[in-house]
Structures are given as C-alpha cells and as structure tokens.
Write a protein that binds this ligand. Structure first.
Ligand code: BGC
Length: 453
C-alpha cells in the first residue's frame, strides 16, 4: 500500500477565513442588516441575528478551536459600520474590541490577516449612494486610515476589498445584495469606484505602515465551454472569464480598466497589489443559448454527472482550482488562497473536495508558484448572505439557535494537514478513500519514490 506525503513549504500559512457580518452577530448599523429586514431578500426570511456570536465573545472559543487544530493563521474582517457608525464618528470601544480579538489570535499562534471591506457598508454610506457615490474612495480611505493606525502593531497583512467582482455583480447587476441594483449600465461606475478606493487604501496603508503587505481577495470562477462543433462556447467561456475574473487584477497591475467598451486609465492603481489573494470555489459550464443571447451574462450550470454540493451551489472541480492557481501565478506575485470550500452539512463531499484541492495546491507549489498560504472557508457555519442559513460551509457545524458547535470529520482532516504541513496518503485513505487512487496513483511517481526509500 502506498505511503507518501505531499509536503508544503516551511512557514506555510494554514487557516480559515471569516467575515464580520457573517460571524459577529447584531451588526445593526450596516446595509445588510437593513436588507435582512425587508421581505423576500433572504431565502426563507433568514436573518444574521446573533450569527456565530463573536461580538459577544465567542470568537475566543472558536479561535481555540482553530489553534487546537494546528491552524497558524486566521483571516477575518473589520466591520466598517462598527468602527464608524456615523460619518467621522469613531467608536473607540469597537476598535478596542477588535484589538482584543486580534491579540487573541496572535496569543493563540494565529497570524492575523484583515479584510477591510467584505460586502457590507455602514447604513449612512449606503444612504449616501454607497459605491455609486463619487466620494466613496475618500470615505473608504478615511476609515482605512483610522483602522490601520489603530491596528498596525498587530496586523501586517491587509486585504482592502473582498471579491470586488462578486460584490459589483451581486449588488448592481443581479440585485441579490443591497442595494439590489439590476442595471448593467451602472457597472463601469462601480468598477471605477472600487478600483479607486482600493488604490487609495493601498497607498494610505503603505504610508502608515511601509512594511505592510496589501492585496485584494479576487474571486476566480472557472468557465468551461460545453463541447460542441462550433467555436461559440469557447468564445463565450473566454469572454465570461475576462469579464468576471480579469478586470480587477489587471487594473491593479497596469492601472487600466477594460470592460466591454470601457477603456479607462487609473494611474494610481498601477502596481497596487503586493500579493494576489485568490478565492476559488468552482467551475461552471457555459454554452450559448441562441434563443436568448443575453444569457451569457447569467450563471451557467454544471454537468449532469458533476459532484455537486447538497444545494447544487458548488461542483467539486479541482481542475478549475489548478487553472485558478496558474492564472494567479501569471500575475507574478506571491499568492495566498484566501477562500476555498464547499457547503456540505453532512460532510460527505467536503473531505474529497478538500483533499483534491490540496493536492492541486501542492502541485502548484511544486511548480515553484509562490503560494504562501491556504485559508479554508470556513471555521464554523455562518450566515451565507442571500442564502441565509441554508448552506453550511463550516469545519464545525453551528446550531444558530443554541450556539452549539459540533465538529465535522473534515475539521480533524484539516487539522492533521496543518499539523504535518503535508497531505499524506494515510490521511486521504482515512478521510476520502474514494479518491485515494486518484491522488496517490498506485503505479505513479509516489510509488517510485517509496520504492527508492
Ligand atoms: C464570500 C464569502 C461567502 C462564500 C461562500 C465568497 O464569495 O467571500 O463571504 O460566504 O463565498 O458563499
């Protein structure tokens, strides 16, 4: 029987990722709280409520869970509406609470990574037009300066904005995030504002903390053409990928926005990522519908035989992760995988999803791609935006009514990976035996290495 290990480099960061609104609870001063009070915005009328109750102190027990399972890093976000509940009015007690949480992470051996914007805006920002307001970069920068000045002795790695592409599409085209916009024509403005705000934050952080490492969390989604005789599907897949994946990383590389007819220069955005943050979940199929060509802007589907998550939201596509890593490597920066995971309350697919994605990650590392860390989404089940509590991404299950946590097998699996800094054949045999031969082929290179020993 094969005994082999896929080793990761020294000082590799292993952790989980969370975001303020999804875990803190009682975030009453932001646009998501307001949105949740409206009818039909969230599946089954679910609300974030107490979420994982971190603001009241349960962050500590969850950080214990992370540290006891050998994680050495944690990615979390700061809630703008807590720090600045009304314009230029700072809540020093909230900032102090964040210091306590972040120091709590450090004390437990978790290197903190902080996201400054993860989908939510203070209600007062939303009332002033949110990301359509031409002053948004100034407002965001003022908040970022306050936070960085207060936390820079603890935090060295900053993520300015989480998934600007998902945010822009969901809030202004699909209408599923507040403010519920459904107008493609607003997209150029939102894209411009997001890039300007990121650039302003990047420079502000470096002024305050020259040694900081600053980037974005880019959501990369795979688009795979449905095979056909005509080249249309391939063209659409490429078009979708350019439109969804490339706009933001390109703009922060060369300072240029290219989107449909839009060609714009934002010189201050040039060279504004010190690392490439990559969020990857899945790869979808694309094909042209001749009866409805506008459908190329809509989400595609998955193949009939795809390995699907319980609500059909995610297909287990490790090959798409490989494409994502290669794509990320193309930007020439160190890479952090800042989110990767699957909703799976029964933990049936998660072990094989995790194993097969980690094997691709290792593969990339061995191509000398500068991958520095991996953050699983997520530690404990949390509030999943417009899908409410219907999807469970946690290594630990949560009953939001009782706040009771229950460990899923994947938590033990991930813990052993973190402890060994490696993915071993033994682990895969224990947790995902169904893909053992795929990851450690009996007659593949692993066996040859074993024989030499
Ligand atoms: C977001 C997370 C979210 C996850 C799973 C990502 O796009 O950054 O906030 O929970 O997807 O839905």
């Amino acid at each position: 029987m094969i005994q082999a290990r896929y080793h990761f480099p020294q000082a590799f960061l292993w952790g989980t990722a969370t975001s303020s609104h999804q875990v803190e609870g009682d975030n009453r001063d932001n646009d998501w709280w307001d949105w949740e009070q409206e009818a039909d915005r969230i599946l089954h009328g679910h609300k974030s409520g107490k979420a994982c109750d971190w603001w009241a102190g349960r962050w500590a027990e969850d950080f214990d869970r992370a540290a006891e399972s050998f994680q050495n890093a944690h990615r979390m976000s700061i809630e703008w509406s807590r720090v600045e509940p009304s314009p230029a009015v700072w809540d020093e007690a909230a900032i102090e609470r964040y210091r306590e949480i972040l120091l709590g992470a450090v004390e437990r051996g978790l290197t903190p990574m902080v996201t400054l914007h993860h989908f939510t805006n203070p209600s007062w920002v939303a009332e002033r037009g949110g990301w359509l307001n031409p002053e948004i970069d100034k407002l965001f920068k003022r908040y970022v300066e306050k936070v960085v000045a207060a936390l820079k002795d603890i935090v060295k790695i900053w993520i300015t904005i989480n998934e600007p592409n998902v945010y822009a599409y969901s809030a202004f085209v699909d209408g599923i995030f507040p403010p519920g916009g459904r107008d493609l024509r607003t997209l150029p403005t939102v894209i411009r504002h997001l890039i300007r705000a990121h650039a302003a934050a990047y420079h502000a952080i470096h002024r305050l903390q020259p040694s900081a490492s600053v980037g974005l969390a880019h959501h990369y989604r795979g688009f795979e053409p449905v095979e056909g005789i005509l080249p249309f599907n391939r063209m659409i897949a490429k078009f979708r990928s350019r439109g969804f994946n490339d706009i933001f990383p390109r703009a922060v590389t060369d300072g240029k926005i290219r989107f449909l007819q839009m060609r714009e220069s934002i010189p201050e955005a040039r060279g504004t990522q010190d690392f490439l943050g990559l969020n990857y979940y899945t790869k979808e199929q694309v094909s042209i519908q001749l009866s409805k060509p506008s459908a190329i802007f809509q989400a595609g589907g998955f193949a009939g035989d795809a390995d699907l998550s319980p609500t059909g939201f995610i297909a287990n596509k490790p090959d798409g992760f490989w494409d994502a890593l290669r794509w990320a490597h193309g930007y020439g920066k160190p890479i952090y995988v800042l989110e990767n995971g699957i909703e799976d309350s029964e933990d049936v697919i998660r072990p094989r999803y995790l194993a097969s994605h980690l094997q691709k990650l290792w593969h990339g590392v061995n191509f000398n791609w500068r991958v520095k860390g991996y953050f699983h989404w997520t530690l404990v089940d949390n509030f999943e935006w417009e899908r409410g509590w219907t999807q469970r991404f946690g290594l630990w299950a949560l009953d939001p009514r009782t706040q009771e946590r229950t460990k899923r097998p994947s938590a033990d699996f991930f813990a052993e990976v973190c402890k060994d800094n490696a993915l071993s054949s033994d682990l895969v045999r224990r947790f995902a035996p169904e893909i053992q031969d795929q990851l450690f082929p009996p007659r593949g290179p692993a066996e040859l290495v074993e024989r030499k020993k």
